[in-house]
Design a protein around this ligand. Sequence first.
Ligand SMILES: [Zn+2]
Length: 161
Amino acid sequence: MKFCPQCKSDINEDELDGAVRLICSSTQCDYIYWNNPIPVIAGIVELDGKFVMAHNVTWPKGMFSVITGFLEQREDPAECIVRETKEELGLDVYEQKLVGVYGFDRMNQVIIAYHVKAKGKIVLNEELDDYKLVELNELKPWPFGTGLAIKDFLIMNNVEV
Ligand SMILES: [Zn+2]
């Protein structure tokens, strides 16, 4: 960002409240780019007692994860996961529960993770090109991002992690 999106003045990098911020140089303008984390909605999708792990078209082969998506304008996270489950997997959510909220500093995101139970036939959208259905005890957490939600979900279900 070179110019202020509010007044088109030059943007300066300056320290403010303990971090370097992009701040408008104009004394007539109060614009500061805070770079706040962006919420990402994640879904541990259960279909007929198994869990959907999907492969994104941009990922290396063999890498699978839960589905994720960004909120639409003014969208409630609980509605977002229903929409994302339908859009990405073609499935209809009939039950949902919050698993947890996780900071993901490397991506400057906050992950809001749900467990959803869904029905229907899986139809992947253009973001995904493969999936697998795994048993609860085949879910393997990893130590960042949505992996933390999987870990909590396993603990909630009394699976040793
Ligand atoms: Zn400005």
